[in-house]
Ligand binder design. Structure first.
Ligand code: ADP
Ligand code: MG
Length: 591
C-alpha cells in the first residue's frame, strides 16, 4: 500500500477515536489531558513546519499563538463577536504579522535569524503585557465558551473531538506537503540556499511561505486556547514557550510529523508527573522539571539526534515509493541550441575579495556540443569563476553572456531557468530523502504545483511526470537501480552522479560540473568519464572544473588553464599538455 494512503487511514482512524472517546471515557480529567496532548502536538506541528522542515528556527513562535488568543479574547469580551469571526480575524492578523516580520528577518542568515525571532518575540510579549486595553499582566478574563450545533465546546466532551480534528488535519496537511514539489523545495532550505537556488527555487519565497503557514496554524491554536482556558494572559506566549515547542519537536524528531506528536505527548505526560513527584522528593517546591528536561535534551541531542521517532523509523522503515509513474507524459523540454552555436561568453570576468583578486580578467567561450575544461592548481580561481557564471557571486568586473544575453547580476535561480545547471564541489543534497526525490528536485522549474495543490493532492498527475523524469535521468547515468536508496547512505561516487542526474532533470542546455572526479576511486572516475562522454554524444555541452589534469585530457575539446586568478593558456588538450607554462604551474604547486 502507498505511504500516503497509510497516512490518510491513520488520520481517519485517529479521528474516529477522537469522536468515540468522549462517549466512552467518563473522567473529565483524562479527557482534559487528552485535549492538552493534542493541543500541544498541534502547536509543535506548527513549529515543526518552519523549524523542522525548513530549518528556520522561530524561537518567538508563541507570539502568533498570542495573536490568535488575544484577538479571540478581546473581541469576544468587548463586543461579543462570534468565535467563527474571531478565528478568521486572528488568523488574518497573524498572517499580516508574519508577513511584516518575515520580510524584515527572513533574509538574515545563520544564527542572526533565530536571534531576531527571540528579539521580536520578547518585544511584542512585553507590549502585550503593558497594554491597558489588553488587561496588562492580568490579561483578559471571562471569555465565553463556544457552542457549535448545540454542543458546548468549552468542556472536555465537546472540545476533545475539535482539538483532535484540528491537530490531525494539520498533521495530514503537513505529511502531504512534505511529499510534494513545494515540500521538497522547503526541505532543501535546511542545508543553506545555494543548492535550492541553483534548482530554480526562490528560497526567500518559501521561507516566507512556511513562516506564514506556521503563524496561521499557531493563531488557530491561540483561538482554541482562549476558548478552553476562558482567559488569556501574556505569560503563555512568551519566549520560554517557543523554546518548549523546540524541545518537544527535538525530542520527538525534528522534521517528522508524527515525531511532533510523540515528543509533545512524552513531555506533557512526564511533566505532569514530575511536577508532583520532584518537589516531594526534594522537599521544597519549585519548577524542578525544567532541570530534568534540560538534562534529557542534552542526552537526546547526543545519543538520538533524530529524536524518539527515529526508533520507530528503525523498527518500521517507510516502504519504498510505489512506482506509479509508468507512462506519465513527459515534462516540457526547452528548444535546444544548434550544434556549434556560441552558448557562453565569459568576457574579462573579475572577482575581488577585499585585496585578493581571485579571478583576474578571465575570458573564454563555450560552443554548443563541446566539453570545455577549466583546470589549474588549488586556489587558482576555478570555483570562483564557476560561481560568477552561475550567479552565486556578483561580478567585480567584466560580463557573462548566455546565447548573446548578458546574465551578470541575475540571481542564480534565474540563470538556472535559462538552461545552465550545475553540480557542487562539495555534494549538496537532502540526505534524508531518496535518490529519486533528490533528482526530482531538479525538475522544480519545469513544474507548477504550489502548497495548496499539494495539501489537496491536486498535484498527483504532475508528480508522476516529475518522478518519471527523475527516473529517466537516473537511468541515463546508470543509477536507476539505486533510486529508492537514501541519498545520504550512498558513497561519494554515486552521490556525485546523483547530482549530475539532478542537474539533468532541469533540462539544461549547458551542464557545469565543479570537480566531479574529486575524491572518486579509479573505477568511479572511469565510470564518470564514460557518462560524460555519453552526454556529449547526446549533444550536451559541458563546462568542467577539474583539478585532476589526467581526467580531463581524454575528455575535453578545449582546456582553459588558470593560475593565481589569471588565464595561463587555452587550447586543445594536446596543446595544453605540451605547454611549458602549464607544466611549471603544476609542478610548482603540486609538491
Ligand atoms: P579553486 O577552485 O581554483 O581551487 P577558488 O576559486 O576556490 O579556487 O579560490 C580562489 C582564491 O579566492 C583562493 O585564494 C581563495 O582562498 C579565494 N576565495 C575564494 N572564495 C573566497 C571568499 N568567499 N572570500 C574570500 N576569498 C575567497
Ligand atoms: Mg574549487
Amino acid at each position: 500500500m502507498k505511504q500516503h494512503h497509510l497516512n490518510t487511514i491513520m488520520v481517519a482512524g485517529l479521528l474516529a477515536i477522537a469522536f468515540a472517546l468522549p462517549l466512552v471515557v467518563r473522567s473529565a480529567t483524562y479527557l482534559h489531558i487528552l485535549v492538552l496532548l493534542f493541543f500541544y502536538a498541534y502547536l509543535t506541528t506548527s513549529w515543526n513546519i518552519v523549524g523542522g522542515f525548513a530549518g528556520v528556527l522561530p524561537l518567538g513562535h508563541a507570539l502568533f499563538v498570542g495573536i490568535g488568543a488575544y484577538t479571540a479574547a478581546y473581541l469576544a469580551t468587548t463586543s461579543g463577536v462570534s468565535p467563527g469571526l474571531t478565528l478568521l480575524l486572528g488568523v488574518a492578523l497573524a498572517v499580516v504579522g508574519a508577513l511584516v516580520l518575515g520580510v524584515i528577518t527572513l533574509r538574515m542568515s545563520g544564527h542572526y535569524l533565530p536571534l531576531a525571532t527571540i528579539a521580536w518575540g520578547l518585544a511584542l510579549n512585553y507590549t502585550m503585557a503593558n497594554m491597558e486595553w489588553l488587561g496588562k499582566y492580568d490579561g483578559i478574563l471571562g471569555i465565553p465558551s463556544m457552542t457549535l450545533l448545540g454542543v458546548d465546546l468549552g468542556t472536555g466532551r465537546g472540545l476533545h473531538p475539535l482539538v483532535w480534528a484540528i491537530a490531525l488535519l494539520a498533521a495530514l496537511a503537513a505529511l502531504r506537503l512534505l511529499d510534494s514539489r513545494p515540500g521538497r523545495a522547503i526541505r532543501a532550505l535546511k542545508n543553506g540556499s545555494m543548492m535550492a537556488e541553483a534548482m530554480g527555487i526562490s528560497t526567500f519565497r518559501y521561507k516566507l511561505t512556511v513562516f506564514v503557514m506556521a503563524a496561521m496554524l499557531a493563531a488557530v491554536s491561540g483561538w482554541l486556547f482562549a476558548h478552553f482556558q476562558r482567559s488569556v494572559s501574556p505569560s503563555p506566549f512568551g519566549i520560554n514557550k517557543g523554546i518548549e515547542y523546540l524541545f518537544m519537536a527535538v525530542l520527538g524528531g525534528v522534521g517528522h510529523v508524527w515525531g511532533a506528536f510523540l515528543g509533545s505527548a512524552v513531555v506533557r505526560l512526564v511533566e505532569d508527573k514530575l511536577q508532583v513527584l520532584l518537589p516531594q522528593l526534594i522537599g521544597t517546591s519549585g519548577n524542578f522539571e525544567t532541570i530534568v528536561f534540560g538534562i534529557v535534551l542534552v542526552v537526546v541531542l547526543k545519543y538520538a539526534p533524530d529524536g524518539l521517532w527515529s526508533f520507530v523509523g528503525r523498527w518500521r522503515p517507510a516502504p519504498p515509493r510505489v512506482r506509479d509513474w509508468e507512462g506519465a507524459p513527459a515534462l516540457p523540454q526547452r528548444a535546444k541550441p544548434a550544434r556549434g552555436e556560441r552558448l557562453l561568453e565569459v568576457d574579462a570576468v573579475r572577482k575581488q575579495f577585499g585585496g585578493l583578486v581571485a579571478v583576474n580578467d578571465v575570458s573564454f567561450e563555450l560552443h554548443s556540443g563541446d566539453i570545455v575544461a577549466l583546470i589549474g592548481p588549488n586556489g587558482a580561481g576555478k570555483s570562483t569563476t564557476f560561481n560568477l557564471i552561475t550567479g552565486v557571486l556578483a561580478l567585480s568586473g567584466g560580463a557573462v553572456r548566455w546565447r548573446g544575453q548578458a546574465i551578470g547580476g541575475l540571481p542564480s535561480r534565474a540563470i538556472a531557468r535559462l538552461g545552465i545547471s550545475r553540480t557542487f564541489q562539495h555534494v549538496k543534497m537532502i540526505p534524508e530523502m531518496t535518490v529519486l526525490e533528490n533528482v526530482a528536485l531538479g525538475g522544480y522549474g519545469r513544474t507548477k504545483a504550489g502548497v495548496l495543490q499539494a495539501v489537496l493532492r491536486l498535484d498527483r498527475a504532475e508528480e508522476r511526470q516529475l518522478f518519471a523524469e527523475a527516473e529517466r535521468q537516473l537511468a541515463r547515468i546508470g543509477m536507476a537501480g539505486q533510486m529508492h536508496e537514501l541519498a545520504g547512505n550512498l558513497p561519494l561516487g554515486p552521490q556525485r552522479l546523483m547530482e549530475i542526474a539532478r542537474a539533468l532533470a532541469t533540462d539544461p542546455a549547458l551542464l557545469l560540473l565543479d570537480e566531479p572526479a574529486a575524491g572518486l576511486r579509479h573505477h568511479e572516475k572511469q565510470a564518470l568519464a564514460s557518462v560524460l562522454r555519453q552526454l556529449k554524444a547526446e549533444g550536451m555541452s559541458l563546462l568542467l572544473v577539474e583539478h585532476d589534469m589526467d581526467f580531463v585530457m581524454g575528455l575535453a575539446d578545449r582546456v582553459v588553464v588558470m593560475e593565481f586568478g589569471i588565464k595561463l593558456v587555452e587550447g586543445t588538450p594536446a596543446e595544453v599538455q605540451a605547454s611549458p607554462e602549464v607544466r611549471a604551474a603544476y609542478l610548482g604547486t603540486e609538491h
